[in-house]
Design a protein around this ligand. Sequence first.
Ligand code: ADP
Ligand code: ASP
Ligand code: MG
Length: 430
Amino acid sequence: MSTPLVVMKFGGSSVANAERIKRVARRIARERSNGSQLVVVVSAMGDTTDELLALAAAITDDPDARELDVLLATGEHQSATLVSMALHALGVPAISLTGPQAGITTDGRHGKARIAGIDPRRVHAEIATGKVVIVAGFQGMSLKALGMEETPTASDVHAAEITTLGRGGSDTTAVALAAGLGADRCQIFTDVKGIYTCDPRIVTDARQLPVIGYEEMMELANQGAQVMQVRAVELGWVNDVVIEVLSSFEDAPGTLIKEDPLVEQRNKVRGLAHDRNVAKITLVEVPDKPGVARGVFGPLAEAGINVDMVVQNVGHGGATDISFTIPRVELAKAKRLLEPLIRDLGFRDMTTDSSVAKVSIVGAGIQNAPGYAARMFGTLADEGINIEMISTSEIRITTIIAEDRVEDAVRALHAAFALEQPETVDTAAG
Ligand code: ADP
Ligand code: ASP
Ligand code: MG
């Protein structure tokens, strides 16, 4: 049997200080002594990325996107080199590589780049010499800025720009490498034992799920469950990579994210997610005529601002209100773009609210049985929580509520859907 290739990813809290880095190194050494070839992806230490962002914000309120990416990428350079040194200290041969050195190419969107391809030659060559390869997560390189080909050749690399993959992007580095290298396993080590029915920091009796399907996990991640970056789950799904999420602090069974053959039979809500990175914008008395929505959402899309929920009221007297949500971190930019439109498109006013949050229930069972929405809205009503906006997909119901009630909402919904109870599989369904 050939030697298995395993990708192991360690998040920020797992490498937060020297002691933890040494512990991670011991874990890697143990895995290696089992006979695996290893590619290790690391996040920046602890809150380093937040600290670097704060430093940039202390210099200017509008940092240049290209410079910011070069700055942010250094967080992962630090942790990768330190993990490599910790392995050397244990007598394990290892080498750290930046994202570009690991052959990771991306599109040119600084701060939210998507991986375009992986040239695995360098990583394979290092593995072949017996080394553990430590890859700095969350980053890649793009030649787009110079109008060059997406896939650089060795002689192009000096022209590449460093890009980062969006918050939580080291997960995506790990899954993309697992796919690109044809790894046998992809393990995401974090500070919880796996995927739970909701954020275990909010609900103490949140239950760990042994398995979750890609689609349900994507919805949870999309709606704020930060434990996995959405794009990582998407790449896992497309490339059929089974993703194992597990604790870096204890030896315990984790959660498998994979095609879930029982998904149709799980006639139940599987999890809740909440997201505080939300702001609501309302455009007041917008002229009710063709082209106005394009006039509003076109410029936001061009600026790369993701519009999430949109509600347009029934028009009265030739005018209508439009409310929508965007990531809160983009609110200042969106306001700058929209303010001139008040006059250009002829609406009366614009109001914004950055004290809202999203709460969602997710589960493939939602599409099979009625009554989930009624139970969700009834539970929130019993708690005295006002619902400001609602959106649904086949397997999800999302509400916008006041941010200061978000934890109450999550706890009440977790209890209302009995998510702490072990789930039963309905063999008659599906
Ligand atoms: P890392 O630094 O390892 O990437 P993150 O902080 O990005 O870790 O993600 C882990 C955190 O995600 C947990 O500490 C937990 O609070 C949060 N989380 C949110 N929703 C869930 C969930 N459904 N299951 C597990 N963890 C969750
Ligand atoms: N360090 C980056 C972040 O904090 C990437 C990651 O941790 O996955 O978002
Ligand atoms: Mg993370």
